[in-house]
Design a binder for this molecule. Structure first.
Ligand code: AMP
Length: 407
């Protein structure tokens, strides 16, 4: 049983072909600069294994259809591919960023579902139109293959109103759908499940604080496998400090900035999303570069790192209070999985909450799920590699099973 996972951007898309028996990726790749004079395709067979075989080519991809057609040819290529025929693909799982209140679960894509996803585009103008484009292209190229939409927001749909409402006039919630939706939900759900598995317990028995720290960063409070609260909001700009995003700031700042500088709303939006966060403070947004700058005595890099860890620590404290009892604190994504300094700094001083890090365990580099807290600690501090693509493939498989579709 093979499932193709598609993650579409406005001028690029990533894909992975999963074998659902072995949970291995057969092929993966990226098509970028769609619509440019020259585009690029990177395709891997047996990625991240000793048998990896990489194909990269420049080509003209006037639109997503052209890029996807080339990918289909590679998937069935005797050398580069893993399929004899495209009909071996049992289903496609599509990452869709914003599912609004309409979609609390992954959904088999029908015309009606697609229409509803289109209606949600104003809430995710940069993301949903690209996801829709990917779905439309696949439905055209593989008309007999069921497609499933897996929403970034769906894991967070269990939040209670006190967590998702903003204290604005109520009509803006009713009329404009302004509320906290949360993002990275596929990762938070996957990691919370893996954390419970690591502890040898059922998800229902475990309370976890998940710290997804990558280019984008978000924290969530997960009670018994369900999201109780999360740091991102109406958009992925809210919450902890990120690479280029400011995270939580005084909501009066944008208007003040506009009045003081004459910058337009669109310019301020770009400033908060792309020029702020770690980059805004020290000019660097990759954590590896920030550590290198800190080692050279760069005071702004040290300040950026300090602010970053402090903003995460505050959310851990808040979500500890939300959950009442915390069994595990799980770090994931690029920084969470790889950066022992961030993990140690975030946990420093939290011993009173039962949160501590064992230095030797924290310094081990590994791609396996692991505990980094001292033995017998009240809260298990874990590093759990995320795998959003596998989670999307599994969600697609689940939807089809629930609908009684044989794969
Ligand atoms: P992601 O969005 O999950 O791919 O995470 C990307 C981010 O992870 C990069 O911007 C880096 O800041 C960070 N990262 C990746 N590898 C390392 C590493 N070895 N040490 C520290 N940070 C890392």
């Amino acid at each position: 049983m093979k499932i193709l996972v598609i993650n579409c951007g406005s001028s690029s898309f990533k894909y992975q072909l999963w074998d659902m028996q072995t949970h291995k990726v057969l092929c993966s790749g990226l098509v970028e600069r769609i619509g440019d004079a020259v585009g690029r395709l990177i395709h891997k067979k047996n990625p991240d294994t000793e048998a990896e075989r990489k194909t990269s080519e420049d080509g003209v991809f006037p639109d997503h259809t052209a890029g996807m057609m080339r990918v289909m040819a590679l998937l069935t290529d005797p050398e580069a591919g893993a399929l004899k025929e495209l009909s071996e693909i049992s289903a496609c799982g599509h990452r869709v960023v914003q599912g609004g209140e309409e979609f609390t679960k992954s959904a088999l894509i029908t015309e009606e579902v697609l229409d509803n996803v289109r209606k949600l585009s104003p809430l995710a103008p940069l993301h949903n139109p690209a996801c829709i484009q990917g779905i439309e292209v696949i439905m055209k190229i593989l008309p007999d293959c069921p497609s499933v939409a897996v929403f970034d927001t769906e894991f967070h749909s269990s939040m209670p109103p006190r967590a998702y409402m903003y204290a604005l006039p109520y009509e803006y919630y009713e009329r404009n759908r302004i509320r906290r939706y949360g993002f990275h939900g596929t990762s938070h759900g996957y990691v919370a499940g893996k954390a419970a598995e690591f502890l040898g317990k059922a998800p229902e028995e475990v309370n976890v604080i998940v710290c997804h720290l990558g280019n984008g960063c978000s924290i969530s409070a997960v009670r018994g496998g369900k999201c109780a609260d999360t740091s991102m909001g109406l958009t992925p700009l809210a919450g902890v400090i990120m690479g280029t995003r400011c995270g939580d700031i005084d909501p009066a700042i944008p208007a003040y900035l506009g009045a003081q500088t004459g910058l337009s709303a669109a310019r301020i939006d770009a400033l908060l999303n792309r020029e702020s966060g770690l980059k805004g403070i020290c000019g660097l947004n990759d954590m590896r570069d920030i550590h290198a700058a800190c080692a050279e005595g760069n005071a702004k890099a040290k300040l950026a790192l300090d602010m970053f860890c402090y903003s995460i620590k505050k959310y851990i404290g808040a979500y500890y209070a939300v959950l009442g009892r915390v069994d595990a604190l799980a770090f994931t994504a690029g920084i969470g999985e790889n950066d022992n300094v961030t993990r140690a700094t975030v946990c420093e001083g939290l011993e009173g909450l039962g949160i501590a890090v064992d230095t030797a365990a924290n310094n081990v580099r590994s791609s396996d799920p692991r505990a980094i807290s001292p033995k017998g600690a009240k809260v298990s501090v874990l590093v759990i590699p995320t795998n959003e693509e596998l989670a999307i493939a599994q969600a697609a498989q689940r939807v089809l099973r629930e609908l009684g579709k044989s794969l």
